[in-house]
Design a protein around this ligand. Structure first.
Ligand code: MN
Length: 136
């Protein structure tokens, strides 16, 4: 068993550059353990990840605010506090805050994460998919 006390969290810091566009505050909730890593990530308005994929998938749990998640197949879907997203193994996607809101999510990542190119402003501002109240 491994118990990670909240007060002992490390890795807290502002991230930008090779994985994120905009200002993102992230802390390592659980360092990589048995190929699972958990990050709690606070995206400022307009901030988002680069395109990327997870070797064995990823679970996102939105704790606060409003955000977006996007895949090639599904387009951009809105996220709100309480939403949960399953990103299947190897599916290219990105996630982040809405343009006018912070968004905090827990990200449970399985296996290696492979990072690709930034999400362009055009991609970020693309129309949201219909029926965006549900994430399925
Ligand atoms: Mn992801």
């Amino acid at each position: 068993m491994k118990l990670i006390h909240g007060t002992n969290q490390h890795g807290t810091g502002i991230k930008s550059g090779s994985q994120f566009t905009g200002t993102v505050h992230s802390y390592l909730t659980m360092p990589a353990t048995d190929n699972v890593v958990i990050n709690t990530v606070n995206f400022t308005p307009g901030a988002r990840t680069y395109w990327h994929q997870h070797e064995h998938g990823q679970i996102l749990q939105v704790l606060a605010g409003e955000g977006v998640v996007c895949t090639d197949a599904d387009g951009i879907r809105r996220l709100r506090a309480g939403d949960t997203v399953w990103c299947p193994p190897g599916e290219r996607h990105w996630h982040g805050a809405a343009a006018d809101s912070f968004m905090v999510h827990t990200a449970i990542s399985l296996g290696q994460t492979s990072w690709a190119e930034p999400v362009t402003q055009e991609e970020y501002e693309a129309p949201k998919a219909e029926g965006d109240a549900d994430v399925q």
